[in-house]
Design a protein around this ligand. Structure first.
Ligand code: FCB
Length: 452
């Protein structure tokens, strides 16, 4: 029997999405918000924290579009209690944050700084006290600068240093943390950082990027057993940035370029983790700069995970000359195409292509828009539409049998958006950087109502 008031099949995708509530999702599905250490914490020189590669990068003229840095950011290091209250007020189940390696092991390797771990312990316990699940990412790009002086991720030793750091964090926080992700988006910390040069350390060298990517993956593989040893009840996995890379046309050169783009962005990370091998076609494409893989590395990298974290923002439409924007596409303030269907497509593809696929969390999804404050309100209907249509697309994937366990909106609040500084606002919560005032945007109010 169809009740005309609740039959949503006749609605436009946006209207159908706006009517969603958490009850449409499987029981136990986790909803959260996400941030990362360098983007929100500030307090760059406090309690024994050493500089990270981002402090160094931000100090180089021309690297950050507004000349800013994360030295103060959202001042979350001092305002954490009020921020946790805000998270609880949103009504989310979970909060994903990252730990700053330079706070925990300031020299990169060697002595642990207890004051650094104290901060993350306060956060973890503060979340638990508010009934919010802590989800920790160990590496969201803030490598101790001293390690970059020795080659950073192009140096194999960094993978071993990372495993020691992972052991220190998991040793302190233990089973209180619901999930540990080793790395956030190794594509960004290798290709974007060492080949494209847009992120720290800002080099432009494909061989360096492929070496960095391999050592990041090795670091993941070495850290997993440390997490398991110190936090046997926590879930352990990794977070990748993934997106369909579609061919701009049927032309064989476009198809080939799209396949290469898919290999570099998606399969280069998925295949080692879930099949224990690098993708042969992409390896051929880059063979002159192929990374130094030692015996046993891939076995470590492919050890089973409890979850795969997926960050989804957009798809790529690829022609022989590079990425193209489909005609009539709507885009965010980052210039990224808004394409919710890509999230469904990506989920279905992961399930079809990877028999070893563990349960998935969407660990980031969101959009930057040029928000403006009007009085105490921030009207951001496009963000609400972005999030609700992506949730709807995700629901389609779960209904098609993909095992998705949760969704984290990026981001809790406006923050330091890397090379774009403070000019791109991704928050559900607006931050007035002059006063550090936080204001719930309309999208935050929508999420709150969705979660009720
Ligand atoms: C992702 C990053 C995150 C944020 C969003 C917009 O690539 O993980 O820190 O910058 O993009």
């Amino acid at each position: 029997m169809t009740n005309t008031l609740t039959d949503t099949t006749a609605l436009t995708p946006a209207a159908r999405a706006a009517n969603l509530t958490r009850r449409d999702f499987p029981a136990g599905f986790v909803f959260g918000v996400a941030t990362s250490s360098y983007q929100i914490e500030g307090a760059a020189q406090e309690d024994g924290r050493s500089p990270s590669i981002w402090d160094v990068f931000c100090a180089q003229p021309g690297r950050i579009s507004d000349g800013s840095s994360g030295a103060v950011a959202c001042d979350h290091y001092h305002r954490w209690e009020q921020d946790l209250d805000l998270i609880a007020a949103l009504g989310v189940d979970a909060y994903r944050f990252s730990v700053a390696w330079p706070r925990v092991i300031p020299a990169g390797r060697g002595p642990v700084n207890p004051a650094g771990l104290d901060f993350y312990e306060r956060l973890t316990d503060g979340l638990l006290a508010r009934g919010v699940q802590p989800h920790v990412t160990l590496y969201h790009w803030d490598l101790p600068a001293t390690l970059q002086d020795q080659g950073g991720w192009t140096n194999r030793d960094t993978a071993y240093a990372f495993a020691e750091y992972a052991a220190a964090v998991a040793g302190r926080l233990g089973n209180r943390v619901v999930s540990y992700a080793t790395l956030n988006e190794p594509w960004c910390s290798s290709v974007l950082s060492y080949e494209i040069g847009e992120h720290a350390p800002g080099t432009r060298d494909r061989a360096a990027a492929l070496s960095a990517a391999h050592h990041l993956m090795l670091g993941h593989g070495l850290a997993m057993p440390e997490i398991r040893r110190h936090a046997p009840q926590s879930q352990a996995g990794i977070v990748l940035n993934l997106g369909p890379q579609e061919s701009a046309s049927d032309h064989p050169e476009d198809i080939r370029a799209a396949r290469h783009a898919d290999g570099r962005l998606n399969r280069w990370f998925l295949d080692p983790l879930l099949r224990g091998e690098y993708p042969a076609d992409t390896w051929e494409d880059v063979v002159a700069d192929a990374p130094p893989v030692q015996d046993g590395d891939l076995r470590l990298i492919a050890a089973p995970m409890d979850f795969l974290g997926v960050n989804y923002y957009s798809r790529g439409v690829i022609g022989a000359q590079g990425g193209v924007m489909p005609e009539g596409a709507s885009v965010t303030d980052m210039g990224w195409e808004i394409h919710p269907q890509g999230l469904t497509d990506l989920m279905l593809r992961l399930k079809a292509d990877y028999p070893a696929l563990p349960p998935i969390y969407i660990t980031e999804n969101g959009a930057a828009f040029a928000d403006e404050r009007s009085g105490d309100r921030v009207h951001d209907p496009r963000r609400t539409e972005f999030i609700s249509t992506h949730l709807s697309a995700l629901l389609d994937a779960t209904q098609a049998g993909v095992d998705v366990r949760g969704y984290f909106a990026w981001s809790l609040m406006d923050n330091f958006e890397w090379a774009h500084g403070y000019q791109k606002r991704f928050g559900l919560v607006y931050v007035d950087y002059a006063t550090q005032e936080r204001l719930l945007k309309d999208s935050a109010l929508w999420y709150q109502a969705f979660l009720k």
